[in-house]
Design a binder for this molecule. Structure first.
Ligand code: PMP
Length: 392
């Protein structure tokens, strides 16, 4: 039965990871997969996470199912941390479902949107996270792309974005990265978020905001401010939140879906529908990561500790950004004003392959680098390799 099956092409990042693992050179540099590393190149467990885990280990009495909606207290605390004093929360117009990672939240949000209006399309700015379009296809949604990024200036092509809003049909989903755009790092200004919110309202579009890197750019609440602007302005929105990066909980699959509806009864209907879909996708979410987040956010000391570590992470990223931007290499200047884990290097596929083969530097085939893979021990080698590519 399976003899004729043709596997779909793997995501290019998966392939880069495979090649990196197979490379035996000690000096190899991994700028592929999007995990935060510290100054020594380690994916560390945050101190507050360790502390919460220890408390969890002692206090957990059983491992019963959480139910398809997951832990609502975790969801409420996370929402409150990102969007303090949100009127829609007080008005009970929000519904939450705990999900396996941000990917689970995104998939569930798409399922809900497709159920609400099967003809709606997903409007996506390109380039984007390589999983966005395939997951939408799996959920049965057609996607339409527009140019999100202007490589000449290293900024968002805001005119193209606004044109995509006016070209969309009422009810279409408009996908946005809440902050730290993956892969470009290019961010909307507060004024652009405000203009976008007005345009989405006018065009009757449903924003789907992927918030996967809160705290990695300017601060937790600051990084959620664009999303907040939409929540304050529009009647409905879907938010897919990931704790993978902000808490370093990658393998614990910790995320949540938040749906804002126009009324409390519509919010309830969204929660019940999303729970039914969650039940058929993964039945129940995993407990451990969400319990850690709930514990950290519910304890003043752990919360302060976590925020301080998150601040140190974003400062480290900003430092590397300044260093790259000051390197004088072509295309690197806008990196300082961009944000988050990623930036695009202006290399073609031949140069990217040569970086790998000649210098043992691994980046995505799109030219995306994970800034966090650089540190005091390897950045000079990286810059040297880039110079070699720029002047062969
Ligand atoms: N959205 C974006 C833009 C991402 O980069 C990622 C992770 N790479 C996710 C969502 C999903 O994260 P996870 O499922 O690991 O929480």
């Amino acid at each position: 039965m399976f003899e004729t099956m043709r596997p779909p092409a793997p995501d290019s990042l998966m392939e880069v990871g495979r090649l990196f693992r197979a490379d035996m050179r000690d000096e190899k540099i991994d700028l592929g997969v999007g995990t935060y590393r510290d100054g020594e190149g380690r994916i560390k467990i945050m101190a507050a996470v360790k502390q919460a885990e220890e408390r969890q280990l002692k206090s957990q009495m059983g491992k019963g199912y959480l139910g398809p909606g997951g832990d609502q207290l975790y969801c409420e605390r996370l929402m409150e941390a990102l969007f303090p004093d949100l009127p829609a929360m007080a008005d009970r117009r929000l519904s939450f479902v705990q999900t396996p990672g941000g990917t689970g939240a995104y998939r569930l949000g798409l399922e809900l949107a497709a159920f609400r209006s099967p003809a709606s399309r997903l409007i996506v700015g390109a380039p984007t996270w390589p999983n966005h379009i395939p997951v939408a296809e799996r959920a049965g949604l057609r996607s339409v792309t527009y140019r999100h990024y202007d490589p000449a200036t290293g900024t968002v092509d805001f005119d193209a974005m606004m044109e995509a809003v006016s070209d969309a049909r009422p009810g279409d989903l408009f996908l946005l990265h809440g902050c730290c755009h993956n892969p470009t790092g290019a961010a909307l200004s507060p004024a652009q978020w405000a203009e976008l919110a007005d345009a989405l309202l006018e065009a009757k579009l449903l924003p789907l905001i992927d918030l996967a890197y809160a705290g990695m750019a300017r601060g937790l609440v600051e990084d959620a401010a664009g999303t907040r602007r939409l929540l304050d302005r529009l009647p409905e929105a879907i938010i897919a939140i990931s704790c993978s990066k902000s808490f370093g909980l990658y393998s614990e699959r910790t995320g949540m879906l938040a749906v804002m509806a126009a009324s409390p009864s519509a919010a309830d209907a969204c929660r019940l529908t999303a729970e039914t879909f969650a039940r058929s996708l993964w039945s129940n979410p995993p407990d451990h990561g969400a319990a850690i987040v709930r514990t950290i956010l519910g304890d003043e000391g752990m919360r302060a500790n976590w925020l301080a570590e998150l601040d140190a992470m974003r400062h480290r990223l900003a430092g590397i950004r300044s260093r790259l931007a000051a390197s004088g290499l072509p295309g690197t200047e806008p990196i300082a004003a961009q944000e988050g884990l990623f930036a695009m290097m202006p290399f073609d596929s031949g140069q990217i392959a040569a970086m790998r083969e000649k210098h043992a530097v691994y980046m995505d085939m799109s030219g995306r680098i994970n800034i966090a893979g650089l540190n005091a021990g390897n950045i000079d080698r990286f810059l040297h390799a880039c110079r070699d590519m720029s002047h062969p």
